[in-house]
Design a protein around this ligand. Structure first.
Ligand code: ADP
Length: 429
């Protein structure tokens, strides 16, 4: 029993004694005890009333002086808790205010969108870059930003985010990132990437122009080399080997230039031909025929497994080029008499084009970098197979254009599987 409770008990006994002892002289001990108890209850009710009145006052008000005993202790404890809570709230409000001030100072547009898709809060940069106005609070964000690619990104965010010209000032370019937080709320961040975009454009244009300019001299050189090799009698015999090597290198350079041009076209934002249905059955058959003709000396077993009747929607020439790159890689990096499986299948969510081989495989550390331009696991082997080092970069860009992904699984010495994963929205049943 606490000291306070003991004191209360002692006080009660005192009261009972004060009333019961005089009452005993009149033989009314019961009445005396009752009166003692009544006074005890009245005193406590009165203090409870004071406490109640005080609790209704603003939190900063100190407890009333006329409370004593256990009530004084309760009031002190409540007062302390209220003050702690008050300072915690003030601290929290300070942190929120500082966070808001710092977000407001950001150059990037930041906006909070609630779980129903309504705009909740945004910083001044969002007004500047996205055109949000003070009256937009509570409006659906998809009514304020109506661009179809933004709507797609909003519904199915991709890790790459989205690049769009600003609708507030069309000469500026914005990069959008959407992140989920809390209970399905979203944080929308938009960066001004105009300068970066310009530099990227300069680089892409430069590569495209150089490649384009190299095409004509290369065609002339290849033409003369062909004419010379068609007339071996007119050439000194020791030139034969040199001529053959020149021809091989000219083919390599032509492939390189063509791949660079294709990559530039895939990268340029202007490239967006209207998507069409790409019928998979004839495309897969053609891939198999080409695969069988690519390097027959290696006597590979090439198997085509068509397990889905679905078709894709997109640009046929680009998709064919991507698939063909994966198939020719499998042939290049699989030793003679190995196996290559070309498979088209689907599950409940996605459609898959995959190429599995029993080839040399790739160490795990190389896999994340394979789609970088000119990245090769073994430069000597890759050059020997006539690769340009751009094949998987092309595959990646074609898949990006089709909102698809490349998955690579490989075991060194056993083989690799390259799978293109197409979400259902980019295909037709
Ligand atoms: P390359 O023209 O050199 O083949 P790619 O971009 O097509 O360029 O491929 C990049 C690198 O990935 C290759 O150099 C090779 O090391 C590796 N690679 C690609 N496909 C396979 C495969 N099926 N098996 C083993 N290694 C592969």
């Amino acid at each position: 029993m606490t000291l306070l409770l003991r004191r209360q008990l002692f006080f009660l006994l005192q009261l009972l004694a004060v009333f019961a002892i005089p009452a005993a002289f009149f033989n009314l001990v019961g009445l005396g005890l009752f009166l003692g108890l009544l006074v005890f209850v009245i005193i406590h009710l009165q203090r409870l009333h004071h406490l109640h009145v005080w609790l209704k006052k603003p939190p900063g008000e100190p407890p009333p002086d006329h409370l004593s005993g256990i009530w004084e202790d309760i009031a002190d404890t409540v007062y302390r808790l209220r003050r702690n809570e008050d300072s915690a709230r003030t601290n929290l409000l300070g942190i929120i205010a500082r966070a808001r001030t710092s977000i407001s100072a950001l150059e990037e547009a930041v906006a909070m969108v609630d779980s129903h898709g309504a705009l909740e809060w945004w910083n001044p940069a969002a007004e500047r870059l996205l055109g949000f106005k003070p009256g937009d609070a509570g409006k659906p964000v998809l009514n304020l930003i109506r661009d179809p690619s933004f709507i797609r990104q909003y519904q199915h965010p991709t890790p790459e985010g989205l690049k769009l010209p600003s609708w507030v000032s069309p000469d500026r370019f914005l990069q959008f990132e959407l992140t989920r937080f809390g209970h399905n709320d979203r944080l929308l961040i938009a960066y001004d990437i105009t300068r970066l975009n310009q530099l990227e454009q300069i680089r892409t244009d430069f590569v495209a122009n150089v490649s384009h300019e190299l095409r004509t001299p290369l065609t002339v050189l290849s033409g003369y080399l062909e004419t010379l090799s068609d007339n071996p009698d007119e050439m000194p015999p020791r030139w034969g080997r040199a001529l053959k090597q020149m021809q091989q290198q000219a083919v390599r350079m032509t492939n390189l230039v063509n791949d660079l041009l294709l990559l530039s076209r895939l990268e340029s934002d202007g490239h967006k031909s209207a998507p069409k249905t790409v019928f998979m059955a004839p495309l897969l058959e053609q891939l198999r025929t080409e695969a069988q003709a690519y390097d027959p000396d290696k006597e590979h077993r090439i198997v085509l497994q068509v397990e889905s009747a679905a078709n894709l929607v997109g640009t046929e020439a680009d998709l064919r080029s991507a698939f063909s790159n994966l198939v020719t890689n499998a042939i290049k990096y699989t030793p003679p008499r190995g196996e290559i499986f070309i498979r088209w299948h689907e599950d409940g969510q996605n459609r898959y084009f995959s190429v599995r081989d029993s080839g040399i495989g790739i160490e795990a550390r190389h896999i994340p970098r394979l789609t970088e331009r000119f990245y090769r696991v073994d430069a000597a082997r890759s050059s020997a197979t006539g690769g340009t080092g751009l094949g998987l970069a092309i595959v990646k860009h074609v898949l990006l254009q089709h909102r698809a992904m490349l998955n690579i699984e490989s075991t060194p010495g056993k083989g690799s599987t390259f799978s293109c994963v197409f979400p259902e929205s980019t295909s037709e049943s």
